[in-house]
Design a protein around this ligand. Structure first.
Ligand code: AMP
Length: 294
């Protein structure tokens, strides 16, 4: 496994590889990231991972400084997954001193939902992902459906700018008790972690109402809000909802009546930690799906 620190070395190393699937990450790798690497391996002869805590996608009040950076363990995880190339740039390599600010954006998709609570976040994501796509020229890039809006925004960028890259959407990996894996789960105390189970419980409740025939999203949203706010034996750690939304998977517009593929999206603060989760409902056969939609 080759580990590179600068862009030039990375281009050289990539040049020696054949078909490539890229897995962009911010490190603190867990089983969710590793499932992306395994999916990448199924698509291409070679797999590259980038590990970069991208300052451009954090707002001033967010957790950039305390974001976990266990590099040795991350490299070990990449090695165990048979990754060929790992790019670990510094912020100075990606954004050299004196660089000009530049913006890649898909405002119709990036300004809603997460965009309302994290202004500028997707611009930061798109900027770094566009840069990584140019550095690696991969044939495939794998992203988790855990960050549903991010996946949608990146897919739209590729379409708009004609990146010849197939975006592979990978299903959410969860703990056995339902909690979606996230590097930010490390911030949770045992009590907060228990309370965080309300997120997946809310989604499961909505899926079960949907399976029983409910199609009005206000019913599903009310049930999810109730599940989130009632402790239901999960302890009394404060839970604040940023949003609970039902949107069509393509335009991310809120919908009232489910007639096509619909994403149920949640963002909540459990104590001081902000968590997101989602599920996609398919309308045709009445089942809930963990399968990617794009
Ligand atoms: P991050 O390191 O948080 O930027 O995530 C890197 C990639 O891993 C993104 O495409 C995420 O959507 C994906 N990812 C994070 N958590 C999970 C999970 N629990 N299941 C599947 N993919 C995930």
């Amino acid at each position: 496994m080759i580990v590179t620190r600068d862009i030039q070395q990375t281009r050289q190393a990539r040049g020696k590889l054949e078909s490539l699937a890229l897995v962009p990450t911010m490190g603190a790798l867990h089983e969710g990231h590793r499932s992306l690497m395994r999916t990448a391996r199924r698509h291409a002869r070679h797999v590259a991972v980038s590990i970069f805590v991208n300052p451009a996608q954090f707002a001033a009040h967010e957790d950039l400084a305390k974001y976990p950076r266990p590099l040795e363990a991350d490299l070990e995880a990449c090695r165990a997954e048979g990754v060929d190339l790992v790019f670990v740039p510094t912020a100075g390599e990606m954004y050299p001193p004196g660089h000009c600010d530049m913006v890649v954006d898909v405002p119709a998709l990036s300004s809603v939902l997460e965009g309302r609570y994290r202004p500028g976040h997707f611009r930061g994501v798109l900027r770094v992902v566009a840069k990584l796509f140019h550095i690696f020229s991969p044939q495939y890039a794998c992203f988790g459906q855990k960050d549903f809006q991010q996946l949608r925004v990146i897919w739209a960028m590729c379409q708009a700018l004609d990146f010849p890259i197939e975006i592979i959407a990978c299903p959410i990996v969860r703990e056995p008790d339902g909690l979606a894996l996230s590097s930010r789960n490390m911030y949770l105390s045992p009590d907060e972690r228990r309370r965080a189970l309300s997120l997946s419980a809310a989604l499961r409740r909505a899926e079960s109402l949907y399976a029983d025939g409910a199609r009005q999203t206000n019913r599903l949203i009310a049930a999810m809000q109730q599940t989130l706010l009632e402790p239901n034996g999960l302890g009394h750690v404060p839970m604040a909802i940023d949003y609970v939304a039902a949107v069509d998977v393509a335009a991310l517009h809120p919908i009232e009546l489910i007639t096509g593929p619909t994403a149920l999206l949640l963002a909540c603060r459990v104590g001081p930690t902000r968590l997101i989760d989602n599920t996609v409902l398919q309308s045709l056969d009445g089942t809930a799906s963990t399968q990617p939609m794009m």
